[in-house]
Design a protein around this ligand. Sequence first.
Ligand SMILES: [Zn+2]
Length: 433
Amino acid sequence: MKNLLKWTVGCLVLSTLAAVGQQTAVVSVIRAGTLIDGKSDKPRNDQVIVIRGNQIESVSDAANAKIPSGANIIDLSKQTVLPGLIDSHTHIFLQGEDPAQGGYDANILTAPLALRAARATVAARRALEQGFTTLRDVETEGAGYGDVGIKQAIDRGYIPGPRMFVATRAISTTGGYPLEGYAPELEMPKGAQIVDGPVEARKAAREQLDHGADWIKVYMTHRSWVGKNGELMSQPTLTVEELRAIVDEAHGWGKKVACHAYSGVGLHRALDGGCDSIEHGLDLDDAAIAQMLKQATWYVPTLSVYYTDWAAADTPEGQRDRLRASAHEVSFKKALKSGVKIVFGTDMGGIPWTEPIAQEFSRMVEFGMTPMDAIQSATSRAAVMLDMDGKIGVVAPGAFADIVAVRGDPLRDIKLLESVQFVMKNGQVYPGK
Ligand SMILES: [Zn+2]
């Protein structure tokens, strides 16, 4: 009886608190000229979105919408409203390092960690102001667990930035990641955690998960070059056994594994080892596509980055760079046609953060994706991959209020997504007042 009384009082207190919480939560109402909700294949005109606190409460036709009294009205009636965009392949700790200024190596060898953190802070803000309210950031390139710190700084409100899914240090093997090309007598730092053997592989995954990795990132291929028959060759890194140890560990923690894989042996090991997503996938042969369909593997192609910084055409590197791009186009088109689950990712950081993130949409559409499909690859489909279905990547009741708007119709001109006019994350307008 005493316990029941306690319980009843407890419930009363809780429900009173909930009621107070509801009364005090800020209510905003967005009038959307057109709504692309991230899930439906058709846009809807004249919609009213009611936001309470950080969540979307309702979405309805303006004609029968009930507007709560005292709500803060946001007039986007001349704009197209969409869910906050999701980039599922970024590196906030890279800045498109200029080779003339020492490139990738200088970033690791000369930049104090605080400088790298400051630059990552700017990258995160750049993503948010361009309407990318969620990032899956797939490794810090030698900046350790810096991404976990940036994520905490965002979540605690110290700095503006997207929702972050972070991969921390990433994993590759001996001979499988820079810094390289130095005297063999020197013990050089590496841009990823190096492992050899399933025991070390599992231990690295455990360490990274323990320190806050939301995803594990694995490099399954490294160097690439043009083969004897003009095909794209890439150096495999982890064995299937090494990868299986990582995948088994990550899945045990309820987490997923993203695998950088270009082609050939390394790509097939990635699939045999059970990677959840293939990153880049420059040369997907038919067997790889069949296996991706069978295993429901995600494909994050990152097309645009392979069109930057080509070496001169008459050099082996230049020929390789051109082959990467041409093979990638064929792979993307094949994957699209066969129904592989394609998710938007850019490799920003490989591209300077001063450039528009949304440029990737144009490339996807140029290679045959419909604009609506491309938008869904950066909204609801990405959300499913991130185990956030219904919470992000959609404008619907119960989702977090991550909402953006553009002028004009992005289904006619996908480039409009490079000029996002309005950004709301978690119910708060950025940059705010
Ligand atoms: Zn990358």
